[in-house]
Design a protein. Structure first.
Length: 325
């Protein structure tokens, strides 16, 4: 990876370590990286302050049996920012971005119930002035993204280092589910995926041993995972775009799997709609984006059409507001 002026290879290794296990202690990470605990803590604080690093507890919608939808909202130029801001504030949205020269908002929505979905799509959005058109794509299959972090594709850590940090996966003894009693724990982990067990005890009123067991159960069942977000531009990847790819139906799985292995791809899913693959791509600059579209992606058998939409502004990733640079 191209190193930025402010950050170096150790910072990249720390990011990769946190993608492997976002709740790993500084001492454990330090032991694997061969540096002191204080160095890891200092680098972590700087990444938070200068690169917008956040560690976040995330519900796994697929394990929980919930649908995910990507909305494309075509807006009047003077209304797109207000619409994006309103969507970013909602608890059931993620990845709210302004694209296409500032006239389109793309937004992932994870409604808890059908009523929530109907209220957003057929209620609030249809009553929104400055909204020209809505297209909704249901995510059918994720090839890459979610639990799998992007920076690991660039291999800052060796395989042995990544394996040493990978937490043991307890065998799930119950299906993935989140109960009403879990909501205070989930809220605390969404705010800070590294929140300590004593702090969870204080926030929830439950005993420390109780919250420790419940967090382990949520992670073990797959209902919850720990994710990272940060400003990729601070590490040299200044160009990001959404791709809407139309593929021959018989090649859909093969193309999706191939794209999942490309280092430029941060997320790729099969979707409903006129395009049948949606992806987000990260490159160092526009020239590298062109090289990927014409080369890595364009060379795949079965690709019939690609629509690209560079990000103009990011309003929300996993959390809102997005940390400022």
């Amino acid at each position: 990876m191209l190193e930025a002026d402010t950050f170096d290879e150790l910072d990249l290794k720390l990011l990769h370590a946190l993608e492997v296990d976002g709740r790993a202690s500084f001492s454990r990470i330090a032991g694997v990286l061969g540096v002191s605990d204080q160095t890891v803590a200092r680098r972590f604080r700087r990444l938070r302050a200068e690169a917008g690093l956040r560690i976040v507890g995330v519900r796994d919608t697929r394990r929980l049996g919930q649908d995910e939808w990507m909305l494309r909202l075509r807006c009047a130029p003077d209304g797109a920012e207000a619409i994006a801001t309103a969507l970013a504030r909602r608890p059931d949205t993620a990845w709210v971005h302004l694209t296409s020269a500032g006239t389109e908002v793309v937004c992932m929505t994870v409604p808890r119930t059908q009523d929530d979905y109907d209220d957003l799509l057929f209620g609030k959005l249809l009553r929104t002035r400055k909204l020209v058109d809505i297209t909704a794509h249901q995510l059918m299959h994720r090839f890459y993204g979610g639990r799998t972090g992007w920076i690991g594709k660039h291999r800052p850590l060796t395989d042995a280092q990544a394996a040493a940090l990978t937490p043991a996966q307890p065998q799930a003894t119950a299906p993935a589910r989140i109960t009403p009693d879990d909501e205070p724990v989930m809220a605390a982990l969404k705010a800070d995926g590294r929140v300590t067990y004593p702090e969870l005890q204080r926030l929830t009123g439950r005993s420390e041993s109780s919250v420790k067991r419940r967090v382990a159960a949520l992670l073990g069942s797959g209902a919850l995972y720990i994710d990272t977000e940060y400003d990729t531009a601070r590490f040299g990847f200044t160009t990001a775009a959404m791709l809407w790819v139309t593929v021959a139906p018989g090649e859909l799985d093969a193309v999706g799997r191939a794209m999942a292995g490309h280092p430029e791809i941060a997320h790729v899913s099969a979707i409903t709609g006129s395009a049948n693959l949606m992806a987000s791509v990260l490159t160092r600059d526009t020239a590298e984006l062109y090289a990927y579209l014409s080369g890595g992606l364009g060379a795949l058998d079965g690709v019939r059409h690609v629509e690209s939409a560079p990000f103009v502004r990011r309003f929300k990733e996993l959390t809102y507001p997005r940390p400022l640079r």
